[in-house]
Design a protein around this ligand. Structure first.
Ligand SMILES: [Zn+2]
Length: 320
């Protein structure tokens, strides 16, 4: 059984959050945690002890790869960092995970988290930005999205460089014996036709035959049929109709998600409890691992995520 498959068995639950939330729980400045493998590992492990989830994401922030390719990032005490300068485009080379940016630090932290949590059955997964979203971040999201389809040569060059960079990072995570979450935060903004043309080829190469989870932020109902053709087996989807997603993905693929991060932030706690119970009743553990659809806000109240994990991982009795 591969690592990710073990999550789709009874009693498992996931929760996605970046290091900024783990830093918040630990009362530490996010900027410090993002620059120390020890602090990163320590805060991720202690956050898992707060929640008890089975899928443990090692995700510093969404700028890790842009920074590794030469971007300049400004860190803050709370929340995610901001990009202050994009990399110089003309002579970009694919990233080298052994020495570029904070990637070596993140790999060290992930290994330490795995060392400390593996015995408890947790699956540690490292977040890698997918080629489409990385290309957009390199060029500037607004410019990339408005120019889509107008200059195929530039697009293909960028997507190729980004795909090579994502692949190098994925191989480094695999060599560490860990699983990967390929995150594509921007693809929910494009049509299925553009997805098939620009995203599917690169994504398929990254996921086919690998222990990789595909994560899409935002609404993704319209992409379900094309996602099912990517060769991916494991999908972490943010805003989808779960029943439709389970049916379109079919019995050979597995979905995680179901609870929106905005509900987990704002509550009320009774609604989180009811929604989680409802999902547990309707779907088998092989179909759905209950999880936040996307990353929790950095200041999400921990009691909200805890109630979701508790109910999701409980085997429901007749009176539930
Ligand atoms: Zn997301």
């Amino acid at each position: 059984m591969d690592m990710l498959r073990s999550l789709f068995t009874p009693g498992k639950a996931g929760l996605l959050y970046s290091v900024d939330h783990a830093a918040f729980l630990a009362g530490l400045p996010a900027r410090d945690v993002m620059h120390s493998a020890d602090l990163m590992a320590q805060t991720i492990v202690s956050s898992q002890q707060v929640y008890g989830q089975d899928l443990v994401l090692v995700h510093s922030d969404s700028l890790v790869m842009v920074e590794a390719l030469g971007g300049v990032v400004e860190y803050r005490d709370h929340g995610p960092p901001v990009l202050v300068r994009r990399p110089e485009m003309p002579d970009l080379n694919p990233l080298d995970p052994s020495c570029h940016g904070r990637i070596p630090l993140i790999l060290d932290a992930a290994l330490e988290v795995d060392r400390r949590l593996r015995e408890s059955g947790c699956v540690v997964t490292v977040s890698v930005t997918g080629p489409f979203s990385l290309s957009a971040a390199l060029l500037g999201e607004a410019e990339f999205l408005t120019r889509l389809g107008r200059d195929r040569e530039v697009e293909q060059k960028l997507l190729g460089l980004a795909a090579e960079s994502s692949l190098c990072f994925i191989r480094a995570v695999e060599e560490a014996g860990l699983s990967v979450m390929v995150a594509e935060p921007l693809v929910s903004l494009i049509s299925p036709v553009l997805f098939e043309e620009l995203v599917a080829p690169g994504l398929s190469k990254l996921v086919t035959g690998r222990n990789v989870l595909i994560h899409i932020c935002g609404r993704a109902d319209h992409l379900l049929p094309v996602l099912a053709q990517t060769g991916g087996i494991y999908f972490s989807l943010d805003r989808v109709d779960v029943e439709t997603a389970v049916s379109v993905l079919g019995p050979s693929r597995h979905l995680m998600g179901g609870i929106s991060p905005s509900l987990l932030r704002a509550g009320p706690i009774d609604r989180i409890r009811d929604m989680t119970r409802d999902l547990r009743r309707k779907f088998s553990s092989a179909q759905l691992m209950i999880c936040s659809g996307c990353d929790l806000a950095w200041d999400c109240p921990p009691s909200h995520g805890r109630v979701m994990v508790e109910i999701a991982s409980r085997c429901l009795g007749k009176n539930e």
